[in-house]
Ligand binder design. Structure first.
Ligand code: VGL
Ligand code: ZN
Length: 211
């Protein structure tokens, strides 16, 4: 099966300066190096009539997501700053879904956790996909062990046939191996992990491998 068609969406997760630029506040090792590959995916998706959607981590100056306010992360992707901007080399050819702007926590492009009530609230990502009749999603971006994993796991749970492009992701790896463990979690949840040559790798035991 071709990777892209009109029922497929490419979701490009958080390719923002703070993650992708080596000078970013939460710089991911090798983050910038995925951009040419991601851009090639954007072009292939567009050429096949697929939807391309972007997510953008978009935090207020104070949020329980940040270590200074009780969370674990350095201040990053603050609304309107250079760090929050999509990387200038990224080709943007579709809607951008922002998450966290009211101080919500969480990592998925589909949902946010209200910091006061703890309730999970949806972003507009799922409705954008449903409105276009999307059935399959292909996920790439930053970072493997946080927003890519959470977004891919939510996509699979929502019933989208989901794959993740190994050549188009990089991990934070707070602990060595976090990225690989996240990939194992995704595969166990039925997400297809696609390697650099475009070949699908082993999914959960016994399942046939889709292309
Ligand atoms: C992310 C940590 C904190 C991500 C966002 O985009 O993966 N990671 N905020
Ligand atoms: Zn964040």
């Amino acid at each position: 099966m071709e990777r892209y068609d009109s029922r497929t969406a490419l979701i490009v997760v958080d390719v923002q300066n703070d993650f992708a630029d080596p000078a970013g506040a939460l710089s991911v090792a090798g983050g910038e190096t995925i951009i040419p590959y991601v851009n090639a995916q954007v072009r292939a998706a567009r050429a096949a009539g697929a939807l391309v959607v972007y997510t953008q981590d978009w935090h207020p100056a104070h949020t329980p997501h940040f270590a200074q306010d009780g969370g674990i992360w350095p201040v990053h992707c603050v609304i309107g700053t250079w760090g929050a901007a999509l990387h200038p080399a990224l080709e943007v050819a579709g809607p951008v879904v922002r998450k966290g702007s009211n101080g919500e926590d969480g990592y998925s492009g589909f949902t946010m956790r209200d910091p006061v009530s703890g309730a999970t609230v949806p972003t507009e990502l799922e409705s954008i996909l449903r409105a276009r009749g999307i059935q399959r999603v292909v996920v790439c971006g930053l970072a493997t062990d946080y927003c890519v994993a959470a977004t891919a796991l939510d996509a699979a749970a929502l019933g989208f046939e989901t794959s993740v492009l190994r050549a188009g992701i990089r991990a934070v790896d707070l602990q060595p191996g976090d990225g690989e463990r996240a990939l194992e979690r995704m595969a166990a949840a039925g997400v297809t992990i696609v390697d650099e040559e475009g070949e699908a790798q082993a999914g959960p035991a016994g399942t046939p491998i889709a292309r």
